[in-house]
Ligand binder design. Sequence first.
Ligand code: EPZ
Length: 422
Amino acid sequence: MDKIIITGGEPLRGSVRISGAKNSALPIMAAALLAEGSSTISNVPRLRDVETMADILRALGAKVSFSGDNQVRVNPGHTIKALAPYDLVRTMRASICVLGPLLTKLGKVKVAHPGGCVIGPRPVDLHLKGLRKLGAKIKMEHGYIVAEAKSGLKGSEIYLGGSFGSSVLGTANVMMAATLARGRTVIEGAACEPEIVDLANFLNKMGAKVRGAGTHILRIHGVGELRPAEHAIIPDRIEAATYMVAGAITKGEVTLKGALFEHLQAVVDKLEEAGVIVNRTREVIEVRLRDRLKAVDVTTLPYPGFPTDMQAQMMVLMSISEGIGVIIEKIYPDRFMHVSELMRMGANIIREGPRVIVKGGAKLSGAPVMASDLRASAALILAGLVAEGETQVSRVYHLDRGYERMEEKFSKLGASIRRIKE
Ligand code: EPZ
């Protein structure tokens, strides 16, 4: 397992190109199953999760090929299977988004229940509720979701809001299934994330009729079949926000290329409140610190609220800011695996259930720490960038799931960072 070694204290300066969005590429690769023929998806980040999705599509019988410039071709062919095996699905929660496409195209599907992960239980009740409303018969059998719709799916009015708000992949699954259902489907309480808009745009290029993406109400008119399409993935707003925090906490000046400012409003708002200067031009977003970081309070919410995927990274910023900040994690109340590792580096944090009090002013010191999940890994790297001395982050395979060549990008910005293969 690889480690990443960082010697802290270098202010980051220069520009970084933001990669395509992981959480858009994954459902869009699954959506390509809906067509007869080969779809071409570009600006796809080369990540472990993307490779895993490719392996799952291949296990289903699709042809998946990558070409150098972040492009992937997906051709389901005529023999896609209806079984997504446990040994692959358990490695990545997002595998669940083959459920909707396979069900609506084949009329039956067996997908291993993705189970939970370190950030908390990952239920799929909203996915199943939506598909049942479209007429699917679904049962759980030996850890597999077994769904069928012998006479195909039928449009319906569906409310998909859950006790933690809207569901991103739940919305994706039901929207994809509805594209080939008979008649009209309305999804209320839909997720508004930019990745849902990107998926809807891809589906419409395939000939689907999806309206309202980006709002809480989606209207889908079923069509007879979908054709292959070409599509470029939107930039990764969480990667972009991660590099913005890095520029701020190292007191550097970082320019982001290829990020979409309109996807980053909640993060920009919070960073500006913390004393960060964020300038945007037509092409880039520039980040630097005004003078010193001030503590802020963060509550994670569905988009356009503050993203839960940036909670761990903000905790690092709050740890070294002046004052006391509170984090309330409304999406995954247990998403705090990074707290104990940050405390080993000197952060001063008190956790009380889904809330965390961060006493700022910490002088972080480098230490050997262990990554536990994707965004916690990013937070440990950020902490290493500002800590005194050397930090060794182990189990960086978590990081490789969602950040393309992070140590390379940070090194180009002047960080003292390297990967060692173990
Ligand atoms: C997506 O996961 C993202 N993953 C996650 O990013 C992200 O944290 C999450 O959305 C929230 O923004 C991908 O897009 C691949 P949800 P998803 O369904 O869709 C509850 C990362 O770091 N819920 O929106 O699986 C759920 O437990 C990853 O890139 C139900 O109760 O998340 C959670 O509390 C981590 N029932 C909340 O809703 C359901 O059927 C939001 O989950 C589904 C979800």
